[in-house]
Design a protein around this ligand. Structure first.
Ligand code: PGA
Length: 253
């Protein structure tokens, strides 16, 4: 089945409001003719509102880099789903390895965040991926499959079909090392098999699974032409409009 490609930029903790607007305004022009792929950018919370005003009515969708699962209240420093909706977000990244590793986010919390995003009609971009030691031990499939199952716990089939998954091997993030297209495709297949075992073939076939980890303008064509890779979650290269636009405009073979 033909899945629509999604190219997403995760800006992480970068860009002042002014810099964010410069970046998005330059990007807008470079990708304005793209119609057959979805484009999403996830700026820092502080820039969401202004970036939304810059992309409103264009082919660029807005995402946030995280959310908290509670409705509102005494949760200092946290951002709710309603707050993200109020500034135009359609997507939210959940379970990024930096949130898992630096801020101690566990599968249970990630599952609550995925559920909250879905309740509020935000599309979760769920990140999964193994550490280098885990790959070396040969347990990549176990790790990725278990992270997927835990994050999907309690989701109905309809909800499961809305989740975008990003496979991001932790050792490839920001390091310049990428999984080979074949290795990445194999893990994407494992994720599809996991979804098939928990749900069914339709959920597995429908799932949009992005690859992330040092995707750049040079390796994008090879990665994005693999049968099980439905797009990219791009960090570093999404901060440079020309590079990100080249990834968005990858050449389909
Ligand atoms: P990178 O980051 O492209 O800089 O490796 C990807 C990510 O963390 O989403």
């Amino acid at each position: 089945m033909a899945r629509r490609k999604l190219i997403a930029g995760n800006w992480k903790m970068n860009n002042s409001n002014k810099e964010a607007l410069e970046l998005v305004n330059s990007l807008k022009d470079l990708v304005k003719d793209v119609k057959d792929r979805d484009i999403m950018i996830a700026p820092a919370f502080t820039c969401l509102s202004d970036v939304y005003n810059a992309v409103k009515g264009t082919n660029i969708k807005l995402g946030a880099q995280n959310l908290y699962f509670e409705e509102k209240g005494a949760f200092t420093g946290q951002i709710s789903a309603d707050m993200l909706l109020s500034v135009g977000c359609e997507y939210v990244i959940i379970g990024h390895s930096e949130c898992r590793d630096i801020f101690g986010e566990k599968d249970e919390l990630i599952n609550k965040k995925v559920k909250r995003a879905l309740d509020k009609n935000l599309i979760p971009v769920l990140c999964v991926g193994e550490h280098l030691e885990e790959r070396e031990k040969g347990i990549t499939s176990d790790i990725v499959s278990s992270q997927t199952k835990e994050a999907f716990k309690g989701l109905t089939e309809t909800e499961a079909k809305k989740v975008v998954i990003a496979y991001e091997p932790v050792w490839a993030i920001g390091t310049g090392k990428t999984a080979t297209p074949q290795d990445a495709d194999d893990v994407h297949k494992t994720i599809r098999e996991t979804l098939k075992s928990v749900y069914n073939e339709s959920v597995s076939d429908n799932a949009v699974i992005l690859y992330g980890g040092s995707v750049n303008e040079k390796n994008a064509d090879d990665l994005l032409n693999m049968p099980n890779i439905d797009g990219a979650l791009v960090g570093g290269a999404s901060l440079v409009s020309d590079k990100f636009a080249r990834i968005v405009n990858y050449i389909a073979k």
